[in-house]
Write a protein that binds this ligand. Structure first.
Ligand SMILES: [Zn+2]
Length: 354
């Protein structure tokens, strides 16, 4: 039994200064004698981060020849992530199928399934997606992957011919469709939402933007009810003011911080590191080397409350997968402890210190 003592704990009702007590893999109400005490005075205690969009960690990718999902899970946990979706970039179907069939690792962050970021995307908004692997929308192809393993989210460009059928087929099987890598109009996006799409992938990046007469996919992301909107809060992919605008429009229950981390996805020289981001040699942003603790720290620095920033890194992305990760007795002890500078001090995954 472990009692985390002296920290400020984020609970459903706001901040609490009570001990957070962990017994085995679960949070319990109060410590009995004999609990080991971990002094975390001055620290913040929050639900572990949930990354819905992560391709790699610490130099290791989730797919391809060098894939090592177990190593990714361990590296993510060290950064405060306690659950994640292994996220694929567009690739041959066999490579995607192989990722979907990979058993979840038994140590480190919990892999909740797969996010297929493509291959049903727009070639004119591909970003760093390999255009040679993009494919026309195809329901039977998509279902062959969905039936192979735990696909939880699929990113689709809504303007592709047949995209609405794809949205309906996926959502009817419990897979959330997230709109992205799209050159489509606001009307295309709204039609996909009406067909069941439930989110937007890395809002503002690789999509049509908001203008006065054409609101684009960004306009739908800001205004369509019920969407879960991803954003990369590294200060490079998206301007801080745009992150604030998204937060103001949707509130913390409608925005999920994602890392879109691609650190290790490509051999040396293909992606060039530029601070906390990675670029193609022509300068195109390819993704980040960001951790969600940095996203939280950035957001707080940009004027978003700590409570909201932590919610967008944990509770909200978890809820989008049907999970409640709030720190109450009976729940799994997935916990991150951040120091006064919001750097990761301790991480518990199912009660196990990482
Ligand atoms: Zn991505």
């Amino acid at each position: 039994m472990l009692a985390l003592r002296g920290g400020r704990v984020l609970t459903a009702g706001g901040w609490s200064s009570a001990d957070l007590v962990v017994d085995g893999s679960s949070i319990i109400a109060t410590a009995t004698s004999g609990a080991e005490v971990l002094d975390i005075s001055g620290c913040v205690v929050a639900p572990g981060f949930v990354d819905l969009h992560v391709h790699a960690a610490a130099g290791t990718p989730v797919q391809g020849e060098r894939a090592d999902l177990a190593a990714v899970a361990v590296a993510l946990a060290r950064g405060g992530v306690t659950s994640f979706l292994a996220t694929a970039v567009s690739a041959p179907l066999d490579e995607l199928r192989s990722l979907v069939r990979t058993p979840a690792p038994t140590a480190g962050a919990r892999c909740l399934g797969v996010h297929l970021e493509g291959p049903w995307l727009s070639s004119s908004s591909a970003g760093a997606q390999p255009v040679q692997h993009l494919r026309p929308a195809d329901v039977s192809e998509a279902l062959s992957l969905v039936t192979a393993g735990p696909v939880r989210v699929v990113t689709v460009a809504p303007e592709l011919p047949g995209a609405l059928d794809l949205v309906r087929a996926l959502t009817s099987r419990g897979v959330r469709v997230s709109l992205g890598h799209s050159a489509g109009s606001y009307a295309d996006a709204v039609a996909a939402v009406r067909a069941g799409a439930g989110g937007v992938t890395h809002c503002f990046n690789a999509m049509t933007t908001l203008t006065g007469r054409e609101p684009g996919l960004v306009g739908a992301a800001l205004t369509e009810p019920g969407l879960l909107v991803e954003v990369i809060a590294d200060g490079v992919h998206v301007h801080p003011a745009s992150v604030r605008a998204l937060h103001a429009a949707r509130g913390p229950a409608g925005v999920a911080f994602v890392s879109d981390c691609v650190d290790g996805c490509a051999p040396a020289g293909v992606l060039v590191r530029d601070g906390d981001v990675l670029r193609l040699p022509d300068g195109t942003l390819a993704g980040s080397a960001l951790g969600l603790a940095e996203a939280v720290r950035n957001a707080v620095g940009w004027g978003i409350s700590l409570e909201d920033a932590l919610t967008m890194a944990s509770l909200t992305p978890a809820r989008s997968l049907g999970l409640d990760v709030s720190l109450v007795p009976g729940r799994r002890a997935d916990v991150v402890v951040l120091d006064e500078d919001l750097r990761v001090r301790h991480v518990l995954v199912a009660g196990v210190l990482q």
